[in-house]
Design a protein around this ligand. Structure first.
Ligand code: PLP
Length: 370
């Protein structure tokens, strides 16, 4: 008699050994656990300014339409994006967050005989989407926590179909300049798709930013991903997009669900794009908050990784988990990054001045055992 397999053994091999993504601890969860309120969450790189009132009004105006399916082609949002970015609508793919785009790319281009190159300390979703489709990850060692593009190139062989580069990278905040990136694209075989993940693009100062969109003409294997979750403050609605050659957009469009973006998210993104003031306030608050946090780290004699994003990873020079837990007990949620091979760091999202101050004071008390 043959024994029947366990349910787990029925899953495809990549999924059987997959370790799920660990999100930042939700505020409500900590409220339930500790029975306290006034919790400060600096754990998911969210926009601390609160919901944009113009977005709230646009959503309210859309509510009577909820009986309808959303526009499955996202015509209006794509039109606004294409005008703003100076590219054709045919080059835009909308996703349920840019995470969905990463998954669509993996499902479109990968199979179990192929591999994917990304960096040590790179965004946790890259290994997940790779493994879920049974492909193999090849991980290039980082230099000073940042991407070593030469080491990444050295890992590429005839089985490599995809590279992921986050710029700035999460959770390190490290940033690659335009020359480095352009040289990498030039050296990359045309048979390898390059995903350039620009989730934090808006936070990078204009002098430093790459005009990555201009590279699309030259590199039909390039996919740029961006999101409304971070600087535009729409993380709860799940909407992001990619820019690519029309050929790639056409392929991704075959794989995606017909209504992957909901109506409220489409309306909100369109409204948010038109509101320059909210974006400017967001960036000014982020710059000030970054100063505030790094000055405090300096005063505490702690090192941090210089960050181009809306978060900063600080080195506590000891296993950071007990400090993370002590912060939780004081009502402050930050992000442990041991799963990124950074066991002595914590990643802090930039909050409002008051939230940052609450965190700084709590950290000071814990480190100085007050
Ligand atoms: C936050 C983040 C994303 C975007 O996630 P969404 O699905 O758009 O909310 C993508 N890449 C990186 C590196 C991120 O940190």
């Amino acid at each position: 008699m043959t024994t029947s397999p366990t349910i787990s053994e029925l899953a495809v091999p990549g999924v059987r050994s997959l370790v799920p993504y660990v999100p930042g601890k939700p505020i409500e969860e900590l409220e339930r656990e500790l029975g306290i309120s006034n919790i400060v969450k600096l754990a998911s790189n969210e926009n601390p300014l609160g919901t944009n009132p113009k977005v709230a009004a646009a959503i309210h105006a859309t509510l009577p339409e909820l009986i309808r399916y959303p526009d499955g082609n996202g015509f209006r949002l794509k039109t606004v994006l294409s005008e703003k970015l100076g590219i054709s609508s045919q080059q835009i793919t909308l996703g349920n967050g840019s995470n969905e785009i990463l998954e669509l790319v993996a499902r479109t281009f990968l199979s179990p005989d192929l591999d994917v190159v990304f960096s040590q300390h790179a965004f946790a979703v890259y290994p997940i989407v790779t493994q879920a489709v049974g492909a193999s990850a090849k991980i290039a060692p980082a230099i000073n926590y940042g991407h070593d593009l030469a080491a990444m190139l050295a890992l590429i062989d005839e089985n490599t179909r995809l590279v992921f580069i986050a710029n700035p990278n999460n959770p390190t905040g490290t940033f690659l300049g335009r020359n480095e990136l352009e040289n990498f694209l030039m050296a990359l075989p045309a048979s390898v798709i390059c995903v350039l993940d620009e989730a934090y693009y808006e936070y990078v100062s204009p002098e430093l930013r790459s005009d990555s969109i201009s590279w699309l003409n030259q590199y039909p294997n390039l996919i740029i991903t961006r999101t409304f979750s971070k600087a535009y403050g729409l993380a709860g609605l799940r909407i992001g997009y990619s820019l690519s050659s029309p050929e790639i957009a056409n392929l991704l469009n075959r794989v995606r669900q017909p209504f992957n973006n909901n109506m409220l998210a489409l309306t909100a993104a369109e409204t948010a794009l038109a509101d320059h003031e909210y974006l400017e306030k967001t960036i000014a608050a982020n710059d000030a908050g970054m100063q505030q946090l790094t000055a405090a780290f300096q005063a505490l004699s702690l090192d941090w990784i210089p960050s181009a994003g809306n978060f900063v990873s600080v080195d506590l020079k000891q296993t950071s988990m007990p400090i993370y837990e002590a912060l939780l007990r004081k009502g402050v949620i930050v992000r442990p990054v041991a799963n990124y091979e950074m066991p002595t760091h914590l990643r802090i999202s930039i909050g409002t001045e008051k939230e940052n101050q609450t965190f700084i004071q709590a950290l000071d008390e814990i480190l100085n055992d007050v």
